[in-house]
Ligand binder design. Sequence first.
Ligand code: DX5
Ligand code: ZN
Length: 220
Amino acid sequence: MKNILAPSILSADFKILGDQIRQTEEGGARYIHFDVMDGIFVPSISFGMPVLSSIKGMTSQVMDVHLMVTEPVRYVEEFAKCGADIITVHFEACENPAATLDAIHGCGVKAGISIKPGTPVEALEPYLDQADMFLIMSVEPGFGGQAFIPESLERIRQLRVMLEERELEKDIEVDGGIYHSNVAEVLKAGANVIVSGSGVYKGNIRDNTTGFMEILKAYE
Ligand code: DX5
Ligand code: ZN
């Protein structure tokens, strides 16, 4: 399976955002991970549609939108219009996750579903056929720069087995606390879409990105 790096712009320097995004693109990152927080599903507030619209035109990277938002179905259409290529919603945030995934597909966009560290992996079972991507949070959603929760590795393995048993070759994305030092473990466990905020945007962005890409390629 192709391994993909999805740098989270939550950790970027917003006064030079365009410049920094370009460095990740030149370094080989195929996605931009876009963390939307509503101050209700998670305690913090980040950014939304206007920021997405303005970066959409500047890069050919895939816009990977992670909605940490209560009842995200309310915003699916608008994020699709603003340029989202993938919209991931939280299982815990949706009254009707299946209808929400349908609404995403109805906008012609790929649909992802995510679980927080405390939610059993089995919660994803009803959506294995329907969703295009599964996002395992390896920190509590809400803030960048937290430490990777080690139990996440077992959760990734469990999900990969569930998909393989059904002969489904789908993307498993992992988000939170991933750096050069631990990304190999995450890939070996069965993930193939790697989100990193601090690991890309803190320090030398180009070197951080190419460093990740070397490891990702080695595990394909
Ligand atoms: C957390 C966000 C993450 C976060 C990852 O709620 O979903 O995408 O930005 O940041 P790092 O890599 O710094 O843990
Ligand atoms: Zn995220």
